[in-house]
Design a protein around this ligand. Structure first.
Ligand code: ADP
Length: 550
């Protein structure tokens, strides 16, 4: 009678359902799971903190459409892993958090690192469970995988007591599940498709907003076909960038505020009307704007303002339906209208204001010069990870994306500290492409130790630290007995860290130094840090509205 242990069952089941990556930090009781992963052909990467490992797992889910697993020890490790589960919950990305737990026969006794883990995970996950026997482990793994990708994607949690991990089962008694298929791509009601097109045809000032739901759905071909057939002006959300290339002539991203404020009908393709889109309300939107809302999650339709039309289902399938309807009855928005002219004028004036700052080579440098240099040097198909407050916001306008799922940032949760985990995930998923991780110095500090992870696994990521000595701007010097809350060590030499692990570091203060440092860093086969000092008082271009609509 052959026996199989719980750790092998967990990993073999994950692998069977298409889980290819596991990130984590090992210790009691999960060590056997990490070794089983390596044995069974799941790529395991050991991180320095569960937070980053869990952020990386969410990013793999977004980039590939299949969840990755984040492996955490019991108690504190699992609690740290909730960071990534909550980020995935907020972004609607799939991932599986695996939390080791004390032996179940010690429950309630004050066992080592005993904690209410299932309860702690619950608010942030679509599914949280603890297998009740070794034999039934595959059943729970299948539920965790399927729940993470069916419907609105999200995190799931499996609580794994030591006695399940090291426990044995008779192989014949194991209940295996067939591989979990990709989620069905559900279509919208055909009447709603007709109605959506009618609303667009009746609009004088239409707009399409492309969100990361379209990117997740891999709807880039359909969305691009739709935009080109209808000639509708569009703008992407931060991570919707690249679904249609940012240099597409119909993009009105440079006139974002004017486009949102002036549109009388908006087709939302997988984007929520949350804080990122100012809730769809005045003063950022017209009070009478008609929203045509496409989302896989029926409860999302009508959130914050009633939808004129709800298109419930998968973005790839539904935009395909819109395209089919347009092929049967072609229509496009007129090429010369006052709305187009208004948007073109706003875009031109915004571009001119930004151009002047991009071309300002004087030291100390500003954000726009630094980001423009990065833009001019990175390969067209690079994956760009951007975080930090101003660094991230300005990068959205200065750093273009030409393909879907090529930008990762702080996202819906506005999580700072995600960048290094995201960059590692991107490098693992796309070993053939360059990953450039642009970080504010504050954002970098949350998980800077993960540069050791990048070095250990030979992931040639280029980290660029846009260093302003603090949170939203530090100072050059201060009284050490009264350290201001916003400052970090002035001119900190972050690039020296990576040298200790086998990477290469560069430091720049001038435009010329930056250009040279970037050129060398991007050519390296090892991970690199380019630490570029900017003016601690450097700022964004003046905005028409505060960044947070209240
Ligand atoms: P953004 O940050 O780009 O504005 P959000 O994260 O707010 O985007 O919204 C993305 C939306 O996309 C979510 O409401 C989610 O339910 C939805 N979504 C996820 N997957 C799909 C899919 N396959 N098809 C359609 N919508 C999807």
């Amino acid at each position: 009678m052959a026996e199989i242990d719980g750790a092998t069952l967990i990993v073999r089941s994950l692998k069977q359902h298409g889980v290819e990556h596991m990130f984590g930090v090992v210790g009691f009781p999960v060590v056997p799971i990490a070794f089983a992963a390596q044995r069974e052909g799941i790529r395991y990467l050991g991180f320095r903190n569960e937070q980053s490992a869990s952020y990386a797992a969410g990013a793999v889910g977004y980039l590939t459409g299949r969840p990755a697993a984040c492996l955490c020890v019991s108690g504190p490790g699992m609690i740290h892993g909730i960071a990534g589960a909550s980020n995935a919950w907020s972004n609607a990305w799939p991932m599986i958090l695996l939390g080791g737990a004390n032996d179940s026969f010690q429950n309630g006794m004050g066992a080592f690192q005993e904690a209410p883990q299932v309860e702690a995970a619950r608010p942030f996950v679509k599914y949280a469970a603890r297998p009740d026997s070794v034999e039934r482990v595959p059943y729970y793994v299948e539920q965790a995988v399927r729940s993470s990708i069916y419907g609105r994607p999200g995190a799931t949690y499996l609580d794994l007591p030591n006695d399940i991990i090291v426990g044995q089962a008779d192989e014949d008694a194991v209940e295996w599940c067939p591989p979990c298929a990709d989620p069905p791509r559900s279509q919208a009601d055909p009447a709603a498709i007709e109605r959506a097109l009618e609303v667009l045809k009746g609009s004088e000032r239409p707009l399409v907003i492309v969100g990361k739901g379209s990117a997740y759905a891999r709807a880039e071909d359909e969305v691009r076909q739709f935009i080109e057939a209808t000639k509708l002006p569009f703008l992407p959300s931060p991570m919707g960038k690249g679904v249609v290339p940012d240099d597409h002539p119909l993009s009105v991203a440079s006139a974002r505020s004017d486009a949102l404020k002036g549109a009388d009908a908006i087709l939302l393709l997988g984007a929520r009307l949350n804080w990122i889109l100012h809730f769809g309300k005045p003063p950022r939107f017209r009070p009478d704007v008609k929203i045509i809302q496409l989302d896989i999650h029926p409860e999302e339709i009508g959130t914050n303002i009633p939808a004129e039309v709800g298109l419930v289902g998968d973005a790839k399938a539904i935009v395909g339906q819109l395209n089919a309807a347009l092929e049967a009855k072609p229509w496009s928005y007129a090429s010369e209208t006052p709305w187009r002219a208004e948007l073109a004028e706003a875009a031109a004036s915004n571009k001119a204001a930004v151009l002047a700052m991009e071309q300002d080579h004087s030291a100390p440098l500003g954000y726009y010069r630094v980001l423009a240099e990065i833009r001019d040097q990175v390969p067209r198909d690079a994956l760009l990870v951007c975080e930090g407050s101003n660094t991230m916001d300005i990068s959205r306008t200065v750093l273009p994306n030409y393909g879907a799922r090529e930008r990762l940032d702080a996202g819906t949760f506005g999580t700072m500290g995600v960048g290094l985990g995201f960059a590692i995930a991107a490098a693992v998923v796309h070993p053939d492409r360059k990953v450039v991780c642009v970080e504010g110095d504050s954002a970098f500090g949350f998980s800077g130790m993960e540069v050791e992870t990048a070095c250990r696994y030979q992931l040639p990521i280029t980290f660029v630290i846009v260093n302003n000595n603090g949170i939203a701007g530090g100072v050059d010097d201060f009284d050490r007995d009264r350290v201001p809350p916003t400052v970090y060590t002035p001119k900190a030499r972050y690039e020296k860290m990576i040298e200790g692990f086998g990477g290469k570091g560069y430091y720049a203060e001038t435009s010329e130094e930056l250009a040279l440092a970037l050129k060398e860093a991007l050519a390296q086969k090892v991970p690199t840090i380019v630490n570029v000092m900017i003016d601690p008082k450097a700022a964004r271009k003046p905005q028409k509205f505060e960044w947070l609509t209240r």
